[in-house]
Ligand binder design. Sequence first.
Ligand SMILES: [Fe+2]
Ligand SMILES: [Fe+2]
Ligand SMILES: [Fe+2]
Length: 433
Amino acid sequence: MMNAVPPLAGLCTYEQAGVAGRSVDETVRLLRRLARIERRTLLAMAAHLNAVPEWEVKCALSLHLWQDAEHCAALRERVAEMRKPPHYLDRPDDEALEAFFEELLRSGSTRELLTGVYRVLKPRVIEAIREHRARANPLADQPTIRLLRSLVAEEEEQVEWGAAALAALAGPDDDWGRHLEAYLDAAGGAAGDGERTGELPPPRAVAPLELVRVPRRDDRFTRLWDSRGRGFFDDDAERSTAEVNWRLMYVRLTEMHVPELLALILYEWPDATFEQHRALARHLWDEARHAMMGEVYFQAHDVDWCSVPHELSFASYPNTQLEPRERYALLYGVEHGAMRKDGKRAQHEAAQASGDPLPTLFQDFDWADEVLHVHIGRRVLTEAYASTKELDDAAAETRAAYDRIVASDRALPRSDWWDEFYGGIAAPSSSSP
Ligand SMILES: [Fe+2]
Ligand SMILES: [Fe+2]
Ligand SMILES: [Fe+2]
């Protein structure tokens, strides 16, 4: 027959659909395991966000941990569709897999972490998904296949980034790679159905994990301060719209401390539900995007974005001094304050007034993101505090302590840097003909 309309909704041939494949039970087992892997992977990345010094690594971990949260959400949702409550979605059910993640968490350098995540774990996850797709019935289990297709596409992009990053960082750490491989093999691989053989090397995970709580930055960052300095913050009205744009983009750039704050809130949130982890992961990724928006603006004007002052105190103070809910209350207080008329709306209007489309666009999305963050913050924090008053008090108290840290840093003579910096941008032509 010529030109027949494709049958089976174009999904596959009769032959492909005519082969029995993986059952509901087998599929549920694999998806539950993948969901567990996604969640523990994102927590491992969050645990290390302050420890890795390389800015670009922080950016990619921020994206990937949010993607993994979304992967986990999609997997959990599909499991819940497949007939078998109770789903025990939060119950770890393979000690050997948990032991692998305890080792991965003990990665002691960027190279070790990236080797574990992108060279050992994720390629095996991709392999397990490919294997499942090859064995699932394309018609009977189309919803699972659809979800795995988009999931694996993002995983492949992650692994590709990881390979390029490792190549730039003197290559994977083979000893650590073998150590982790042994632990993953002992768990039967990513799918858990491999033969569990082989000798395990002695574990690193013999004591509780020591988190790095003060953000690290690589050598390019020469001014790591507890404030952004002095001067131009207080007298907007006297500055040109171009200068105000630079200030806005500088503040965006130096927002990396917010992902660094959120990372340990996420990692240490007591008894977090999955939905709380997911919301915090999204919040974290948005803040990393804000920092990168600033980076893009500096880069577009060929201005060094590393050696300007980067304020760390908004992460180092809460990470070292506060309980997770107090840390989030501090951030919530700041973001809620930015919803006033002189906050995000005013920043967008200021960028617009300059007629420069790029900062206008960045502030537009920054503002939209911040509205979302206030909603996320309220949702997560109302479960953590008994009353709004308690939350507001915690926000005010932590804000006052943070302001004191900033104020004493701004009192240092070095704090007057902006006018010289901006002078160099506004009149860069002294050396050109
Ligand atoms: Fe993932
Ligand atoms: Fe932000
Ligand atoms: Fe935010």
